[in-house]
Write a protein that binds this ligand. Sequence first.
Ligand SMILES: [Zn+2]
Length: 343
Amino acid sequence: MEPHILELPRRVVVGRGVIDSIGSDYDIMKLPDSPLILADDTTLKIAGERVAASLSKYSPAIEMVGDSTVEEAERVSGVAENHSCIISVGGGKIIDIGKVAAFRRGIPFISVPTAPSHDGIASERASLTHGSSKASIKARPPLAIVADIAIIMSAPRRLIASGAADAISNITAVEDWRLGSVKGEYYSPYAVSLAMFSAEIVIASAGQIRERKERGIRNLVEALLTSSISMSMAGSSRPASGSEHAFSHALDSLGSRALHGEQCGVGSIMMAHLQGGDWERVRDALKKLGAPTTARGLGISDGTLIRALTMAGGLRDRHTILNERILDEEKARELARATGVIC
Ligand SMILES: [Zn+2]
């Protein structure tokens, strides 16, 4: 067998108020002076300034980050030239830019998530816009993650529900991977267990997550971390990205403005139906979380949804249920109707 290389974070700190002691985490890891903190207007106020204060003896600099584009990652990588480490303070966008810039510079990366909006927290890939499409780009997995529950609990409800939906969508991703394994693809039951554990803990905590209770948000953060680690175990995004993610990528290319996890959740309802799985359980969990379960909830037309379903199977070189059940327009419509995603 080929050797298997896992890049896992060295230090993960989860708890209330933990960003105020990021300076001592920095001491323990013996990192050099002059880190570069990335933030935007919102995350600077709620967390970035506190991170900078805690790291004051290391003379940190702060850089404001714009859109999650490849060009912006290049620009930030230039800014990071004389810095020893990149610390991203924010949601998916700022984390993605930071981990790509740190990879290009060959310096350590620290992730300080302010919202639990997807499961890329600890992964070695980032999703950035390149021209009109989204690309998955090689990035640096974090050396450390400092997840302050008090801040994450106050994140917008929609971002929280979206992150939870992303974890739930592992259910269909894992089944797609099993179908791939029947075709001879490498398959890791260990990675599958971790990915399924993430989905199940989110389903079990759905009520507490929706109410932004501390226990629920902690479970969600840990579930997203576990999901991220399942991808490191697998050496690819396989355990957390199947046909439902292909559907989400298709929607992105059609100009949908819904969030990644929201799209994957709705995709997962339909793909679970196609796989012969318990699609109602997926839908009910999403409803309980307050995540969208219909085209309308995603803010897209029925036509766009059908078009994304017919495109999804051809988007990636990865075996999924969409290779076994080809969706033409009529079949896509039937599937969306059968699951109540369109009326
Ligand atoms: Zn995802």
